[in-house]
Each structure stands twice: as structure tokens, then as C-alpha cells.
Design a protein around this ligand. Structure first.
Ligand SMILES: CCCC/C=C/CC(=O)SCCNC(=O)CCNC(=O)[C@H](O)C(C)(C)COP(=O)(O)OP(=O)(O)OC[C@H]1O[C@@H](n2cnc3c(N)ncnc32)[C@H](O)[C@@H]1OP(=O)(O)O
Length: 400
């Protein structure tokens, strides 16, 4: 009984929510994992640490209570230093187990705890990855994703956003699965990677219910975690090494539009629309669009979209250079996939290197812009303007 309770509470408090609901993996054993834990401070940066805190949510297997306790203890030591809170009572089993784990770290310096946390998460991730390797056969739907359907065929990895009943809104799980899928696609034997949506929408952007799940640290912590997630998510697109193609099958909103500026080809059905209603939502541009959009379409048109929320038709988006080509909806899938299958036969290394030459000199700048946009949004999400707009949507008073 105590073990079940412990699992739940640790999960709730220390960024292990995703782990809580997943089955326990008996192959993850503490001693093996501890081999990954460095006993000296190797200097993990704050960013590495924050990223590791985020990566814990990506684990596909529950690491078990002992490892969760270790993560808890290292997290507390790294953020607060040695345990100096009163020891919980004998019958407060859960808090006592947590206190014991933290207290056992003694005077371990914060930096070492931070590094050990990063190492432990890295060990957990490799165990988790190797135990969930993609099957060798191509042409198969890849297992392990709940919000995406991923297939590999003809040297094309297709990542399909798959929450059609919610217009493919991106919830936290979908952001995390997309990051995992991009990491896997960057290493698989495909030549190009394609994003598309299932159902009538490409994507309605950020899932506005993401704002409702408030952690124990309150709305500030929520906004901070959101900004880290956003920055990590967009970084994956900036760094993606292979040609990245968007097959925009229907309307696209918010972040699903902005990141298109980081894609290499954007094919759109004539049913698609492109809408970034940031001001309406009390928010500001993300996905590096504050830089890519003016560059792609010129300042005047970028301002119309990003500040005034003008919705573009597929034809208008093509005229502004955001879209590569528009196809009639009736023949969209057939024409696009015929084209992509032909492109996928081109030499893989040549395409990869060409992408590097075209994109690399802007990478540093894009990372800096992404960090800045994310930190501005962190503030915006706490503003009355944003809170009211989200409440209006959630209480069904407003739609776009
Ligand atoms: C952590 C990183 C954060 C990055 C930040 C990014 C910023 C953005 O992406 S801003 C864009 C946010 N998106 C929106 O504001 C869109 C809100 N949705 C709508 O206005 C409408 O749903 C729609 C115009 C997209 C579609 O309207 P339609 O009448 O055709 O369908 P609905 O009945 O409204 O939708 C069906 C179903 O889906 C739910 N849903 C749709 N979009 C979202 C969304 N973005 N977030 C949450 N839920 C969404 C909608 O509530 C319906 O659900 P129910 O059937 O359960 O009522």
C-alpha cells in the first residue's frame, strides 16, 4: 500500500506525472542505473538540469519507487541543498521515505547533486530507449506513441498528429512525443521526415487545457515549465538535420503555423488556412516566427499575421512564401506523396549536407531567438490578458 501511495505522490510533486501512469519496468534495476551516477561534480549547467527534469516526463517505463526516491533526493539537494527540515513522524511513511532519501545525501554539494541527477536521467533514458527499439521491419506503425501515428515507408518517416477529435491540439504529451519522434527520425534510415495531421485539421495549436493542470509550485512554476517545454520543442526543429516537410492537410493555428518557418518544404491543401491569433490570446509569437516570418514574407505581412492575427488562405500563404506549393484538396494526398516518394530517392547525404549549408549559419541566432520568445511567453502566460482569453475559450465563450 505504501509503495503505491509513494509512487503517486512523488510523481505529483517532482515532475514524474508521466511516469506515474505507466507500467513498471522490471528490467530497470537501481544498482545498474547507479553506475551512471557520477560521484564528482562534472559541471552540468542549469539548462542541462532543467532539461533533465523535463526528460523524466519522457520516460516510457516507470523507473520504480527506489529510483524515483533517488531522483527526488537529488532534485531537492540540487535545488535546496542539504536536508534541514524536521524528520516526519514514524507513521508518515511516504514523507519519511522521501526525507530519509534526501537526508542520506548529507552535505553533497548542490552542483554534484545536479550532475548526478542529470546522469541518472541520462541512464534511465538509455535503458528506456534500448528496451523500446523500433522493430527492424519498415512499413510498420511504430509503437509507443499515443498522440502520434508514425510510419516509415519508402525512406520517408511520417509523423501524423493524431488527436483528430481535438483538432490535433498539442497537449503536453504530444509535445514530448514529437520531440522523441524527431530524435528517432534524425537517426533512422529515412531520407526525409514529414509532418501531417489526421482528420480535418492540420493542428489547432497549443492545447488550451494545458493551462489548467497547475503543479504544486503554482502558476509561476507552470509558466516556467511551459517555457522550458516550448524552448526544447522548438530547438528540436531548429536542429533537425534532414529535410523536414509539412503536409498541411487542413487549417493550422498557432505554434503549428509558426514552426513552419523552420521546415524545408510546406505543401498545403487548398482547404488549409494559416492563423496566428497571438494578440487575441494575450500572447506573443513563438517558434522563431518573430524572426522567420519577417524574413520570409517581409515585415508588413508578418505584422499582419503575428500582431493582428490575420488568417491567411493557402493561396495567400503561398504568395507570402510561407507555403511551397498548394494542391487541390481532391488530389492533395496523391500528388504530394507521389512527389515526396520521388524526392526520398535522392542521395541522403547530399540532401543532409545541403540542408546544413543552407541552415547552419543561422542556428545560433535561432536558438537565441527561441530562448527569448519562450521567456517572454513565460511572463505573458501569467498576464490577465492571457488568463482571460484562455478562460473564455475553456468556458466556451470564445473561439477563434
Ligand atoms: C507549451 C508550449 C506553448 C506554445 C504556445 C503556442 C501558442 C498557440 O498555439 S496559440 C493557438 C491556440 N489555439 C487556439 O486558440 C485554438 C482554439 N480552438 C478554437 O478556436 C476552435 O476549437 C477551432 C477554431 C480550432 C475549431 O473550431 P470548431 O468549431 O471547428 O471545433 P471545436 O468544436 O471547437 O473543436 C473540437 C474539439 O476540439 C477542442 N479543441 C480544439 N482546439 C483546441 C485547442 N487549441 N485547445 C484545446 N482544445 C481544443 C474543442 O474544445 C472541442 O473539444 P470538445 O469536443 O471536447 O468540446
Amino acid at each position: 500500500m505504501a509503495v503505491v501511495g509513494l509512487s503517486g505522490r512523488l510523481a505529483r510533486c517532482y515532475c514524474l506525472r508521466a511516469v506515474r501512469s505507466l507500467p513498471v519496468c522490471s528490467s530497470l534495476r537501481v544498482p545498474a542505473l547507479q553506475l551512471h551516477v557520477s560521484k564528482t561534480a562534472m559541471g552540468a549547467s542549469q539548462k542541462d538540469f532543467e532539461s533533465a527534469v523535463n526528460q523524466v516526463k519522457l520516460l516510457k517505463k516507470d523507473p520504480g519507487n527506489e529510483v524515483k526516491l533517488k531522483l527526488y533526493a537529488l532534485y531537492k539537494q540540487a535545488t535546496e541543498g542539504p536536508c534541514n527540515t524536521p524528520k516526519p513522524g514514524l507513521f508518515d511513511l511516504i514523507n519519511k521515505a522521501k526525507w530519509d532519501a534526501w537526508n542520506a545525501l548529507g552535505d553533497l554539494p548542490k552542483e554534484t547533486a545536479r550532475q548526478n541527477y542529470v546522469d541518472l536521467v541520462s541512464g534511465l533514458r538509455s535503458s528506456s530507449d534500448s528496451s523500446s527499439q523500433v522493430k527492424p521491419e519498415a512499413d510498420k506503425k511504430q509503437a509507443g506513441y499515443e498522440t502520434l501515428v508514425i510510419t516509415s515507408e519508402d525512406h520517408i518517416t511520417k509523423i501524423m498528429l493524431n488527436r483528430p477529435a481535438k483538432k490535433n491540439a498539442l497537449n503536453t504529451q504530444m509535445y514530448q512525443e514529437i520531440m522523441l519522434a524527431l530524435e528517432a527520425a534524425s537517426k533512422d534510415d529515412s531520407t526525409i521526415t514529414v509532418f501531417t495531421g489526421s482528420g480535418d485539421y492540420y493542428s489547432s495549436g497549443n492545447d488550451l487545457t494545458n493551462f489548467t493542470d497547475i503543479p504544486p509550485g503554482g502558476v509561476e512554476e507552470k509558466a516556467k515549465n511551459g517555457a522550458i517545454l516550448l524552448r526544447d520543442f522548438v530547438d528540436c526543429f531548429i536542429d533537425f538535420p534532414k529535410p523536414l516537410v509539412a503536409v498541411v492537410n487542413g487549417p493550422a493555428v498557432g505554434i503549428s503555423v509558426t514552426v513552419l518557418g523552420l521546415f524545408d518544404l510546406v505543401y498545403a491543401s487548398d482547404r488549409a488556412t494559416f492563423h496566428t491569433p497571438f494578440s487575441h490570446l494575450g500572447q506573443t509569437p513563438e517558434g522563431c516566427s518573430s524572426y522567420t516570418f519577417p524574413k520570409i514574407m517581409g515585415l508588413a505581412k508578418a505584422v499582419e499575421m503575428l500582431i493582428f492575427g490575420k488568417k491567411l488562405t493557402a493561396g495567400e500563404a503561398y504568395a507570402q512564401g510561407l507555403v511551397t506549393e498548394v494542391f487541390p484538396d481532391s488530389t492533395f494526398e496523391k500528388e504530394v506523396w507521389t512527389r515526396l516518394k520521388a524526392y526520398s530517392k535522392l542521395p541522403r547525404n547530399a540532401m543532409r549536407i545541403s540542408k546544413q549549408i543552407i541552415r547552419n549559419h543561422e542556428k545560433e541566432k535561432l536558438h537565441a531567438i527561441n530562448a527569448e520568445e519562450s521567456s517572454i511567453l513565460q511572463e505573458r502566460w501569467l498576464s490577465d490578458e492571457c488568463v482571460n482569453a484562455v478562460m473564455n475559450f475553456l468556458s466556451q465563450k470564445a473561439k477563434l
